[in-house]
Ligand binder design. Structure first.
Ligand code: AMP
Ligand code: MG
Length: 580
């Protein structure tokens, strides 16, 4: 046992300063009652899914957004028009979406949770022509003054200068009946001053992935932007999917997406880099006032407090990503939110065989954004955030901020340790818990065991089954148990469980199945749905959307579709690139 310990410590330190892939605690948001796996809970959840709310908006003419706050808070680009240019001294440029050419089809819609739950719109409205029109950039919602945001960013380690919303339009903010303020954005809605050499469009495959994954992440309990709808067109869009000179005509699509804010680290960086310090202060004040109510606007340390919050929450976010095996794929500073939520879904991937070197993005040759490096990359991004904040911090505050940043490693380690303990059903704290987790991960790596299903099946089996190594039809555990040290680990795990007072098998299984999803958006699942969607068959997108809205609940249709089964062989050949 001692020797494997040494190997483990070495392997972990060598790959990254952090223990590699370690996992999710429990659902943190308000309504995650859906995570129970028993039949009664499933019925409750299903009835909620079918439930309708009264007094919802029946007509989109009655649905209004407001751009007032954003426009009044900041100077707007003085130059008009969507021609590509370097923009200075503003946060937004006015830019009108370019309508997608029809015929338009509604490929997916998040009816209950987003359309009704967030936007207060009756889901019947989504079947109307006017919905297609508004949600694809064909018309402006009442109150909307569409804006493209100016931001910059560090891409793959280097300052890339001005980036900005090159194919996204913020439509305005909507304040819902719960008093929540959401910023609506179209993605794929045409050129803006920030389009650089791009066409302002997004294709079906990347839009299906963004729609499904942002919703899936929400239901996994991970802070994220949301998606309301996905509209596809017949508009031809040229893409070289694998950057090999093989240009293909694909079809344009628009996602209507939502976040409490779309500001990114790159939003502040561009202001600091170009010396627009008054504007930097203005943007920071706005973000703090609107989104961090516990920070007082007259507190001399408010920027420091904000930084401390972001450092802390980003550590938590990355730990959550790791706990569900999510690799973002492009962790550039322009894709890292100032509110520490997951944004900009591109060539992401859910890790299947456990591998800290898993790289979802085939364009990432050096594996900079491999899953096991995400915690380090987030640290890099937080350093860049600190650089952007430095002009508004005193020397003393800058020193304090550096100390705050140093705390990131401990916060991350603590959080990931908690999450993986939950994934194993462990209660309390014992000295060897870290070792027990790392030992398991090392065996998973050696045996290429499936990340999601190994943990899920450990929660599905009883202690007796574990003891007897009775893993019939448990394909991930069969793989894991082929490891020569599996018995050693199992004895240790069973002993650890047996020491848990006030715990029993059923409670442990219940706890574990509430944190270990049975279904995640594997590439092959998305790919299969995309192929159909490209032929105007959206049934699989809808099926996946529904199933991934209850990722912890065993569902018959999902089982029939093989979503919890060993991935098909063709899944290994799939590639996802930045092209979108
Ligand atoms: P992403 O990789 O999607 O985070 O995008 C990085 C930058 O490239 C952002 O500024 C995007 O707005 C821009 N971009 C990506 N694709 C396009 C496109 N097709 N047209 C215009 N801008 C784009
Ligand atoms: Mg982006």
């Amino acid at each position: 046992m001692c020797s494997i310990h040494t190997v483990l410590v070495f392997a972990l330190v060598a790959t990254t300063i952090f223990t590699p892939v370690y996992g999710l605690e429990v659902c943190q948001s308000t309504d995650r009652d859906c995570h129970s796996h028993d039949e009664k809970a499933l019925d409750t959840v299903k009835s909620r899914w079918n439930m309708s709310v009264s007094n919802l908006i029946q007509n989109l003419d009655q649905f209004s957004v407001s751009c007032k706050k954003l426009i009044e808070a900041f100077p707007i680009d003085e130059v008009d028009g969507d021609f590509v240019r370097t923009v200075k001294n503003c946060i937004f440029s006015k830019s009108i979406p370019t309508p997608l050419k029809g015929p338009l089809r509604l490929a997916a819609v998040s009816k209950v949770d987003v359309i009704e739950g967030i936007l207060d719109v009756d889901m019947a409205v989504t079947q109307s022509e006017e919905f297609l029109h508004y949600a694809s950039g064909g018309g402006l919602l009442p109150g909307s003054v569409p804006l493209a945001h100016r931001y910059g960013g560090h891409q793959f380690g280097y300052w890339a200068g001005q980036l900005g919303d090159g194919r996204a339009h913020s439509l305005g903010q909507y304040t819902n009946r719960k008093g929540e303020v959401w910023e609506l954005q179209l993605k794929g809605s045409g050129k803006t001053p920030y389009s650089r050499s791009g066409d302002g469009r997004a294709v079906i495959r990347s839009s299906v992935r963004e729609f499904l994954c942002s919703e899936a992440m929400h239901f996994l309990g991970v802070p994220t932007s949301r998606a309301a709808s996905l509209i596809v067109s017949d508009e031809p869009v040229l893409r070289d999917q694998f950057y090999n000179g093989n240009l293909k005509t694909e079809r344009g699509a628009v996602v209507l997406r939502l976040a409490k804010s779309w500001f990114r680290i790159g939003s502040l960086e561009i202001l600091a880099q170009s010396g627009e310090i008054d504007l930097l202060r203005k943007l920071l004040n706005f973000v703090i006032d609107e989104h961090f109510s516990s920070i007082k606007s007259d507190d001399p340390d408010k920027y420091l407090m904000y930084y401390s919050t972001v450092v802390n929450e980003t550590a938590h976010l990355i730990a959550q990503w790791m706990s569900v095996g999510f690799a973002h794929g492009v962790c550039n500073t322009d894709n890292f939110s100032l509110l520490s939520i997951t944004i900009d879904f591109g060539p992401f991937g859910f890790m299947e065989s456990y591998n800290p070197n898993f790289v979802p993005n085939t364009s990432d040759d050096e594996g900079r954004y491999r899953i096991g490096a995400q915690a380090n990359v987030a640290l890099f991004n937080l350093e860049k955030l600190l650089m952007a904040l430095s002009p508004v911090l005193s020397k003393k505050q800058q020193q304090e901020a550096k100390i705050i940043l140093k705390g990131y490693v401990d916060t991350y380690q603590m959080r990931i340790h908690q999450l993986f303990k939950s994934k194993l059903g462990l209660l309390g704290e014992e000295e060897d818990d870290g070792y027990l987790i790392a030992f398991l991960l090392k065996m998973m790596e050696d045996t290429q065991s499936d990340f999601t299903m190994t943990f899920r099946q450990l929660g599905d089996v009883s202690a007796q089954q574990l003891h007897n190594r009775n893993f019939t039809q448990m394909w991930a555990l069969e793989d894991l148990s082929s490891h020569k040290l599996f018995s050693d680990w199992l004895s240790m795990y069973l002993l650890r469980l047996s020491r848990q007072q006030n715990d029993n098998n059923l409670d442990r299984q219940h706890r574990m199945n509430n944190v270990n999803p049975r279904y995640v958006l594997r590439n092959w699942m998305a790919e299969s749905a995309i192929r159909k969607a490209e032929m105007n068959d959206f049934s699989e997108v809808e099926l996946l959307h529904h199933i991934l809205s209850f990722p912890f609940v065993t569902q018959e249709t999902a089982e029939e579709a093989g979503y919890a089964a060993r991935p098909p062989l063709w899944a290994k050949r799939l590639k996802v690139s930045c092209s979108s």
